[in-house]
Write a new protein. Structure first.
Lengths: 97, 474
């Protein structure tokens, strides 16, 4: 059983706010989903898969120069919520006070 | 009109590219207030229309079949300079800074784009009811959903507002709406089509694919968009998997043990009748067993939210997208994400955060990942005695708005389709007739349903063969 406190904690981890009005509904829906996916517990796995090693692996490639420097700067900067020239404006997080 | 028919008329000079474009644009503007299939209908691109006409005039039959063909594009596929919102408030004003690889390929083939189509927010849903811009309506009965998440693309094609469309499929988002609107929908082999420029949902599951009126049209679109792409490291070269012959008489595997409960009686009857028609056309039916399929949806609802929570973490209100501002940087993140994401998106992010959290990752995520490997083995075993595996695409025809209000009942819509995403195998939904239901005022309506086939990795040709056989048998 998920509790409203647990859902609140998950929301904080996920950088989301769940309003109190929504919290009960979210928690009960969460319970129903977890009850369903919990059926995986009863699944018996072949011995060679029980270790849980992922079947996919990461593929690395050499760094290259995929496009001319600055080719996308104007288009990307146009999406910034706030900008100074081509720089993205963000909140100051370290103060001298 | 199909791609084949339109291309033939364009080449015979019985139709100009401009006339074809205008016909689609007029229909789209006329029907969209009712259907809400398009989030935006684009203005005519005069240069592209003129270029396509010139190419047909000079190259004739050598011009690509898609030259001058108006297509609809799901709102999570980037077209340079156009908004790509994934039907979310989070990306309401986001303009694509580049073309998705599939869009570049379609542009090179001379295709035109009617508009961007509605969808469940970030492709999470099976009804298009989770769009931040209102639901899309099913052209077969506007009191019902068109399926989802590619419901806008499906409705646009089914209502003849474009010739064909692209969708994306993470757990059935092309095939289920294709079934519910009477179209052919293909989810290609994982890695067959580049996802560069598709807004990611579950990166080990997502594929782009066609929604079309005929099997041949689906093949034309698939051929145009497929291929290895340096911009998507998960794309695969041709012949990565062992080549499979496509016999004239196909062996169709039927996992009858999975079809015993839950399917509407008339859907089941249509499925059996379609199989019988295939059998009388000379194909053979083979009994197969896929025991772990009963756990596929559970595994999917662990793996997919885990990937969703990771993929959507990038949307934090800092560089692009919805940007709310509070007192602290943390407030900026919290406000932007809480205001920007709809309820279903937030639900799946929370679920993903949960299954990846310490203490639960072994019980849920690793177990689901292992289940995925077992499923793949079971299918590979089944493909020793069969060329394709058949299911009904859905348990029922299109449902009414609001009918599946609790998340779990909506998730069950994907019960047959998710397995192909988990195994990475290609799958197609093909129309298998209609079933009668009541319309909004008690009048009888005929609702489309689909039959679903899965094939081994890179055996799309087997899917086209069996899908054509269904088309011809009807």
């Amino acid at each position: 059983m998920a509790t409203t406190e647990e859902v609140k904690k998950l929301a904080a981890l996920a950088r989301l706010t769940i309003e109190d009005a929504e919290l009960e509904k979210f928690t009960s829906e969460f319970d129903a989903i977890l009850a369903y996916v919990g059926q995986l517990e009863s699944l018996e796995l072949p011995a060679d898969l029980a270790g849980g090693k992922p079947s996919l692996r990461n593929v690395m490639r050499e760094d290259g120069a995929p496009h001319a420097s600055g080719a996308y700067t104007a288009a990307l900067a146009a999406q910034f919520p706030a900008r100074e020239g081509d720089a993205l404006v963000v909140k100051q997080i370290i103060t001298h006070e | 009109m199909t791609i084949e028919e339109a291309a033939s008329l364009l080449r015979a000079r019985e139709l100009t590219v401009r006339e074809l474009w205008d016909a689609c644009a007029v229909a789209a503007h006329a029907r969209n207030p009712e259907l809400n299939a398009f989030l935006e209908i684009f203005d005519a691109d005069d240069a592209a229309i003129a270029a396509a006409q010139k190419r047909i005039d000079t190259e004739g039959d050598a011009a690509p079949l898609l030259c001058g063909i108006p297509l609809a594009i799901k709102d999570n596929i980037l077209i340079e300079g156009k908004i790509a919102s994934a039907a979310s408030k989070m990306l309401e004003h986001y303009r694509a800074t580049y073309d998705a690889t599939v869009i570049r390929k379609l542009k090179e083939a001379g295709a035109l784009f009617v508009g961007r189509t509605n969808m469940d927010e970030f492709a999470m849903g099976s009804s298009t009811e989770h769009s931040a811009y209102g639901p899309t309506r099913n052209p077969a009965d506007t009191s019902r959903v068109p399926g989802g998440s590619s419901g806008g693309s499906a409705a646009a094609v089914a209502a003849h507002l474009c010739i064909a469309a692209l969708g994306t499929d993470t757990g059935g988002s092309i095939r289920q709406p294709a079934a519910l609107t009477g179209l052919v929908g293909l989810k290609p082999t994982y890695g067959a089509v580049s996802r560069s420029g598709a807004i990611a949902m579950g990166s080990s599951l997502d594929q782009i694919g066609p929604l079309a009126k005929t099997v041949e049209d689906a093949r034309v679109l698939y051929d145009a968009i497929r291929g290895k792409d340096p911009l998507d490291a998960t794309t695969i070269p041709d012949a990565l998997y062992p080549a499979r012959e496509v016999p004239a008489k196909l062996r169709i595997g039927v996992p009858r043990h999975l079809l015993e409960a839950g399917i509407d009686a008339d859907v089941r009857a249509a499925f059996d009748a379609t199989l019988a028609a295939l059998e009388s056309a000379g194909h053979t039916l083979v009994d197969i067993k896929l025991p772990t399929s009963a756990h596929a949806l559970a595994a999917y609802y662990v793996l997919m939210p885990a990937e969703v929570s990771a993929n959507l973490a990038r949307l934090d209100g800092i560089r692009y997208g919805h940007a709310a501002r509070g007192k602290t940087l943390l407030d900026d993140y919290l406000l932007s994400r809480t205001e920007g994401f709809g309820p279903e998106t937030r639900r799946r992010i929370l679920l993903g955060t949960f299954v990846l959290s310490s203490g639960y990752i072994d019980a849920y995520y690793r177990k689901a990942d292992a289940a995925r490997a077992v499923l793949r083995r079971e299918y590979e075993k089944a493909f020793e005695s069969s060329d394709v595996v058949a299911f009904p695409t859905t348990l029922s025809p299109a449902f009414r708005f609001g009918e599946k209000g609790d998340p779990m009942s909506m998730y069950l819509e994907d019960i047959f389709t998710v397995t192909a995403n988990l195994t990475g195998m290609p799958a197609v939904s093909v129309p298998m007739g209609t079933v009668a239901r009541e319309g909004l005022h008690g009048e009888p309506v005929q609702l489309p349903i689909g039959i679903h086939f899965t094939a081994p990795h890179q055996a799309e040709e087997s899917l086209f063969a069996v899908a054509s056989a269904v088309e011809n048998a009807r």
